[in-house]
Ligand binder design. Structure first.
Ligand SMILES: Nc1nc2c(ncn2[C@@H]2O[C@H](COP(=O)(O)OP(=O)(O)OP(=O)(O)O)[C@@H](O)[C@H]2O)c(=O)[nH]1
Ligand SMILES: [Mg+2]
Length: 452
């Protein structure tokens, strides 16, 4: 990969469209831009309408061309943006023309890589961009945008500056006589490290929220066979996705659907009914149900009107449902107890349960209201937090552990303390990409699509 090459890519989506955007990045594109707009002068960031001609003078298409002069562009290089008609034939012809001018097709993420090397973006900004391009719901969009616009960088940079300062200060202290130092200097330093430790731990504590927003909130419908889980699933999804029958043990595999609830991505899954069985395939299904429960943020525990609450005894955890039908289990899973088939009875005697009928739709809006409340709770009401992904999570853990070691192992040796805090600063530097390894960069940029 050569940063001096002139590269181009289709930045808009593939397939037929009204308009397509082709982006070119290079070191000196002024003359080329002037040539294609066919004018004597060219001003950056002006919009030019032109008949784009190939080297034989034949018009390829009518286009809009914008020239961005370095460093005032997405990549920090010169950029030409060509808006042409979105026909594959037009795009191919323009590509052919560009190739003829010693330009090559960009690799996925190469534009962003240039932006990174030209200090236009740090790695958390790139992470944000990756997430933004993947965003399907409004909350995902908002969190990703915040990160892409540098919201997370500000926090990390601030931490890193403080850590580097403490580390340098502590290292310098070994050069002084203890008598020459302020008497409470160690307290001041330790207090400062403690504040940073608390801040890093706090952000780590939001990992679940961040994950729930970016990867989706996992909701599993579970319960005994034949209570109407699949019927309820179909009712919530609004389509006949899962097979329903009066034969117990109908659902074997996990049936999943993604939906948008209040801007949050939700992964809803219908599971095999829980019962003792000798059937080999059904057993595998039940294992899968347990995996879904383990991964769930919310469990919709369905019983039907023929069940008694004592049925819950068959499950691994004791169930003590609170008012509203939910409780926070020790592992943080929210459970909502649902009594289905309410159309078959008049009584409502299980306290704290939500009575629904998957058949008639009765009680479903109440259930959805309850689900919405629980989602709001899990996601901190959408309060924007630092966006954490697997890469940043590991590095945050390292930073936190180094700060902990600095505090915990301190025996008056400022050199060791300085080292620990510097390692913490390095971990944060890796989050930002200030300190980067080739693998981290390759992995991050390769997630981007062509033209980004
Ligand atoms: N009257 C009534 N019948 C229902 C209701 N919901 C489901 N049923 C019936 O209950 C039976 C079982 O429904 P399913 O949705 O397949 O139940 P399930 O819990 O998915 O069953 P398994 O997949 O075997 O675990 C079917 O005959 C449904 O028509 C309801 O609200 N009212
Ligand atoms: Mg089923």
């Amino acid at each position: 990969m050569n940063n001096d090459d002139t590269i181009f890519a289709l930045s808009s989506g593939h397939g037929k469209s009204g308009v397509a955007v082709i982006r070119i990045s290079g070191n000196n594109l002024h003359d080329f831009a002037k040539k294609i707009i066919d004018r004597a002068t060219l001003a950056p960031r002006h919009v030019y309408f032109t008949n784009l001609r190939d080297d034989n003078g034949e018009v390829i298409d009518q286009c809009v061309v914008i020239y961005f002069a370095a460093p005032h562009s997405f990549t920090g290089t010169d950029i030409i943006e060509i808006q042409c008609h979105g026909a594959p034939a037009v795009i191919n012809k323009i590509f052919e023309f560009l190739r003829g001018h010693n330009m090559r097709v960009a690799t996925p993420g190469e534009f962003s890589r240039r932006a990174f090397y030209n200090d236009k973006m740090d790695l958390t900004d790139v992470d944000g961009l990756v997430a933004l391009l993947d965003a399907q719901t409004d909350k995902q969009r908002a969190a990703a945008l915040r990160s892409m616009m540098g919201g997370d960088s500000v926090i990390y940079e601030n931490w890193r500056d403080q850590m580097l300062e403490i580390s340098a200060y502590a290292a310098a202290m070994t050069d002084y006589d203890t008598d020459d130092l302020p008497p409470n200097i160690s307290d001041i330093i330790l207090e400062h490290i403690k504040t940073l430790y608390t801040a890093v731990s706090g952000v780590l504590g939001n990992y679940k929220v961040s994950r729930a927003i970016m990867c989706g909130i996992n909701i599993a419908i579970v319960g005994e066979t034949n209570v109407g889980k699949s019927s309820l699933f179909n009712r919530i999804v609004g389509a006949n996705r899962a097979i329903v029958s009066d034969i117990p043990g109908t659902t074997r595999d996990v049936v999943s659907a993604q939906m948008d609830i209040d801007g949050y991505m939700v992964n809803l899954s219908d599971t095999a009914g829980l019962r003792n069985t000798v059937d080999f395939v059904e057993k595998i299904g039940i294992e899968r149900t347990n995996t879904e429960i383990a991964n769930a943020d919310i469990v919709l525990h369905v019983i039907d009107t023929t069940s008694s609450p004592s049925l819950a005894k068959g499950r691994s955890r004791a169930v003590a449902f609170r008012e509203g039908g939910w409780r926070v289990a020790p592992d943080g899973v929210v459970e909502i107890l649902i009594v289905n088939k309410s159309d078959t009875i008049d009584s409502r005697d299980i306290r704290g349960a939500i009575y629904v009928s998957a058949k008639t739709g009765a009680g479903i809006s109440e259930l959805m209201h309850e689900i919405r409340n629980r989602i709001a709770e899990i996601t901190n009401n959408g309060e924007s937090t630092v966006m954490i992904n697997a890469r940043t999570y590991d590095l945050l853990i390292t930073a936190r552990d180094e700060l902990f070691a600095a505090l915990n192992d301190f025996n008056g040796d400022y050199d060791i303390l300085s080292e620990h805090v510097r390692y913490a600063a390095d971990a944060i530097g890796k989050i930002l990409g200030t300190i980067g390894t080739a693998e981290i960069l390759d992995k991050t940029f390769s997630q981007l699509c062509l033209g980004k």
